[in-house]
Design a binder for this molecule. Structure first.
Ligand SMILES: [Zn+2]
Length: 549
């Protein structure tokens, strides 16, 4: 048997949930050809995995690489954490079809990216010619077609418009697109009703595709929103993915039992519903400390460091400070609507945690504490303490908002149908200064999968290794119909990651999020070593996993 690469002496966890076994893996071309006692083969490259885990390449169940695949074809932030395949086109956004009235919906113009495709077919063509380093599973985003047909208006669609959208879904599916995603609390699709979605997903069903949903809400209306997505699956028969699932806001704590029961019952009824989660309780690093300030004093388009001097001037003036305090408190107390408000705003000082402070700050003992706790100890009002931290500690003050109950977070993270997603765009390490790459990322962009293996499996023993691996690979491949992927089995594509279990973990932090994780030693995509010893090899072996690929 001709073998190109042999991985010897490793501990294999094959993605099925079964126990770890000592086995070698033989790879020929883009496929695994042998699992077991392969030994050294003449002419084959040998990767010695003594003391290491040999796992199926991780499948990022929820990413946004889309245009990132074109701009950052090396996909380093993904490969570095062992991701060999990403399900992209999520949350209602896809890089196609593009029309003059929807281009801006994809942030192409502001990010300074010029593209010359319009249809799904053209997009596949362009990125395939250019090449890219990981596999990608494409979806059509509902917002891209709804925005085009309704010219971005927020109103129910007419019969004729629904037919037009269905034609667009058909076009995309014909081109090989795998599914449809919705982002039901983003502008222009909040008014799309269940009937519209069911009609569109019915077309997806004809092609054996799937439906993923950024839900209508993750807070007060989370239960209705989950039920709505399940209903789409019930009526169309397609597999349903609840995107970046979680329950936000203290008032909703306690809903987890009911949410998990909704999902379990639907599954028992034959609806193939599953979910993905970012393995973090925190929000984006863009959140804080600036997120508490209203738009009049903080311009989101400018970096925090440029906004800070103006905010400090306001805080030094007692009258203006008082007015700002009233504005912040009013916004905090107001009911929140939609994903944006729930996510960016906050309702409770107990949810804001101090993350970073300068080394000489007298407040350093409060790192890890909430603003409410620290303020109580200081005998201050929380808002005043927050203002003082901004005023005196300035750029080096970091805070984050956590609105997810810790126990509920861990229960959902451990569910047998929960997959893991980065919700991130592929970033390239040496191009961080370019506009598309310059957004300050959340540590999850680099650390999600190593964090699950290091923190949740090894350090905290939250769930078994084989279960975690299954939910990173085999389960995801099955749910998204990725034939011959997700398992270390003969005849499967050779997407493989070699992990050092002793050190695997993230190194990305709020301050330095662009940081590779530890313990991801070799990453093989379609039989080619794409990443090793902390570096991309330059291999562009990724495939666009269209239905017809
Ligand atoms: Zn989303």
């Amino acid at each position: 048997m001709k073998i190109d690469i042999v991985i010897v002496n490793g501990t294999v966890v094959d993605g099925s949930g079964g126990p770890a076994v000592k086995a070698d893996i033989g790879i020929a071309g883009d496929r695994i050809v042998a699992v077991g006692d392969v030994g050294r083969v003449e002419g084959a490259a040998v990767l010695d995995a003594t003391g290491k885990l040999v796992l199926p390449g991780f499948i990022d169940a929820h990413g946004h690489s889309d245009v990132g695949l074109y701009v950052n074809p090396q996909c380093e932030s993904k490969l570095a954490q062992g991701i060999t395949t990403e399900v992209m086109g999520n949350c209602g956004y896809s890089p196609f079809p593009l029309f003059d009235n929807t281009r801006h919906r994809y942030l192409l113009d502001p990010a300074g990216v010029d593209v010359d495709w319009a249809t799904a077919e053209e997009y596949y063509d362009v990125v395939r010619k250019r090449g890219f380093a990981m596999n990608a599973v494409p979806q059509l985003g509902h917002i891209m077609i709804r925005g085009a047909v309704l010219d971005n208006q927020d109103r129910p669609a007419t019969r004729a418009e629904i037919e037009q959208m269905k034609d667009m879904v058909r076009d995309a599916m014909e081109a090989g697109t795998r599914g449809l995603s919705t982002g039901l609390d983003y502008a222009c699709s909040t008014v799309a009703d269940l009937e519209e979605i069911v009609e569109l997903v019915s077309v997806v069903a004809e092609y054996g595709g799937f439906y993923t949903s950024h839900l209508r809400g993750y807070s007060r209306n989370v239960l209705n929103s989950v039920a709505e997505a399940i209903e789409v699956g019930r009526r169309t028969g397609v597999r349903v993915q609840l995107s970046h699932l979680g329950i936000f806001g203290r008032k909703q704590w306690g809903y987890m039992d009911r949410m998990m029961e909704l999902i379990e019952r639907a599954r028992a009824d034959g609806v193939e519903v599953a979910c993905d989660m970012m393995p973090y309780r925190t929000k984006g690093s863009w959140w804080a400390p600036r997120a508490i300030f209203p738009a009049e004093v903080h311009d989101w388009k400018r970096p925090w460091t440029e906004n800070l001097p103006g905010i400090r001037l306001l805080l030094q003036d007692p009258v203006k400070r008082q007015a700002l305090k009233e504005a912040v408190e009013a916004r905090r107390a107001r009911p929140k609507y939609g994903f944006h408000e729930e996510f960016v705003w906050f309702s409770d000082w107990r949810d804001i945690y101090i993350e970073e402070l300068p080394t000489d700050s007298r407040f350093r003992t409060y790192i890890g504490a909430s603003i409410a706790e620290a303020a109580e100890k200081e005998g201050m009002e929380p808002c005043d303490l927050y203002f003082d931290l901004v005023l005196h500690e300035g750029e080096e003050f970091g805070a984050t908002c956590i609105q997810v109950n810790e126990d509920e977070f861990h229960r959902l993270l451990a569910a047998p149908w929960t997959m893991f997603g980065t919700d991130a765009i592929a970033t390239e390490f040496d191009r961080l200064r370019e506009p598309w790459n310059s957004i300050q990322p959340h540590p999850r962009h680099y650390g999600s999968f190593p964090r699950v293996l290091g923190k949740f499996v090894r350090d905290e023993n939250r769930f078994p290794l084989a279960d975690a691996v299954r939910r990173m690979s085999g389960l995801v491949a099955d749910h998204f119909s990725l034939t011959d992927r997700g398992y270390l089995k003969p005849d499967h594509f050779a997407d493989v990651v070699i992990v050092d279990p002793a050190i695997v973990g993230e190194t990305a932090t709020w301050r330095e999020p662009n940081s590779y994780p530890l313990g991801i030693e070799h990453v093989i995509v379609n039989g080619k070593v794409a990443f090793e010893n902390g570096h991309s090899t330059g291999a562009m072996a990724g495939q666009m996993l269209t239905r017809t690929n």
